[in-house]
Design a protein around this ligand. Structure first.
Ligand SMILES: [Zn+2]
Length: 427
């Protein structure tokens, strides 16, 4: 037994050493942040390069630089120019891609500021950005050569107070969350720190975060706003805040977002981070979470702040989608002929692709499954999910990605997807 364990440990060390050597061949310490405009309407989509800067930290896992999952609506690929080798990739979603589903996107064009961050390459690279089309395939939309040695790449301007909240080890082997302050005025530093500490205790009260606490580091960056509180256009409340966040995004009252992602990234780079969470100084219930982009939630909502935080992190860190159905809506978001990339819903176009779901599916269950007394506690395939009453299916009667029923439980598929995401940052 001991001998077997020793061999396994040695084998893992060799794999890890090889992966790190591979990383060190192409990258040095720190990161590059590329800022660009993501623009267009629901028929055309384009990218305009804006700026590049050197950042102090790259917090990612050195043995996991190629994204094997490719979740998201966008995919960034970095190629070493000399060898042509793919040396980095990462999937993500954007607020712009959500805006494309609004009526406004059929009549007008808009541009959103976005950024991507990747480990500093040693040599010239080609950055490519791909967009997932309606058939689910990635199509190239942007390509640019970047020479990291070029004299005019400025160091990122970082001059913010930072706070260590939770530390369990080096950032390359932890999932590092950075908390940013939105709507706290200069006198409210102590309130922000108290809200950060509450966030930490809140998220680690939910499974599986609870069991994985030692896999996280959490730091905060103090970003005071001119005004206290956040903008709520539907209530005629306007505030001058650090990031200009607002409720009523795309006419949805509880959808709280920040449009300028570049501004968010500039500040987040003050510390090593894999994921960004913005605490809004408001009592109003709401939030938003976009995969490998950011999540935001009310820090001060008394009853449900913790639920909102882990729900939004389901989107922003793990790429899970909403399992609820909007009343009377029939599948606008998901093409019924294409299997969605999210682990926790299916259109049944290609259900066998859902490896986690299939491995946890209850035995002898009908697909799709009728929801009744016999099936309500099973892992099944229930209709109604992904904002649609028909044609999109979820794994369980309820889950934290559907409704907060007081149980605080994610369905087994979401739980496993969260665990596997944490593994990709830490193993
Ligand atoms: Zn779920």
């Amino acid at each position: 037994m001991m001998k077997k364990q020793l061999i396994l440990t040695l084998l893992l060390s060799v794999i890890c050493f090889t992966a790190n050597a591979q990383f060190d061949k192409y990258f040095e310490s720190g990161a590059l942040r590329m800022d660009y405009l993501h623009a267009g309407d629901n028929t055309h989509e384009t990218y305009y390069f804006s700026n590049i800067s050197h950042e102090t930290y790259w917090a990612g896992n050195k043995s996991n630089v190629i994204d094997s999952k490719e979740y998201g609506t966008q995919l960034v690929k970095i190629f070493d120019v000399k060898s042509g080798k793919l040396i980095f990739s990462r999937g993500h979603c954007t607020l712009f891609n959500e805006w494309l589903f609004t009526n406004e996107a059929s009549t007008s064009r808009r541009a959103f500021r976005e950024s991507i961050q990747f480990p500093t390459p040693k040599n010239k690279v080609r950055v490519e950005i791909y967009k997932r089309n309606k058939k689910g395939n990635f199509i190239k939309g942007f390509s640019q050569i970047i020479d990291p040695k070029k004299y005019d790449i400025a160091p990122a301007k970082i001059d913010f107070k930072t706070i260590d909240l939770e530390y369990h080890g080096h950032f390359s082997k932890k999932l590092d969350i950075v908390l940013l302050a939105e709507g706290y005025d200069a006198t409210q530093y102590d309130l922000f720190v108290a809200d950060c500490k509450k966030y930490v205790e809140d998220i680690f009260s939910f499974s599986p975060y609870k069991e994985r606490r030692k896999d996280f580091n959490i730091r905060a960056v103090w970003t005071p706003s001119k005004d206290s509180g956040v903008t709520i256009p539907g209530e005629n409340i306007w505030r001058n805040t650090a990031f200009g966040g607002r409720f009523y995004t795309f006419d949805s009252e509880r959808y709280f977002t920040i449009e300028d992602y570049t501004e968010v990234c500039m500040v987040a780079g003050s510390v090593p981070y894999d994921a960004i969470y913005i605490l809004g100084n408001t009592l109003k219930y709401g939030g938003g979470g976009i995969y490998n982009f950011y999540a935001i939630g009310s820090a001060r909502n008394k009853e449900l702040a913790g639920e909102v935080h882990v729900h939004e992190m389901g989107h922003s860190i793990c790429g899970l989608t909403d399992e609820y159905a909007a009343n009377g809506v029939t599948n606008e978001m998901y093409n019924s002929k294409v299997e969605p990339w999210e682990e926790n819903i299916t259109t049944l176009a290609d259900f066998k692709k859902k490896e986690i779901w299939n491995s946890l599916l209850s035995k002898n269950i009908d697909i799709p499954t009728q929801l009744n007394e016999k099936t309500e506690n099973k892992v099944a395939v229930f209709e109604g999910a992904g904002y649609s009453e028909k044609g999109v299916y979820r794994p369980k009667k309820n889950c934290m990605m559907r409704a907060f029923d007081g149980s605080g439980l994610f369905c087994p598929i979401c739980k496993e997807a969260i665990n596997r995401t944490i593994d990709r940052y830490t193993k």
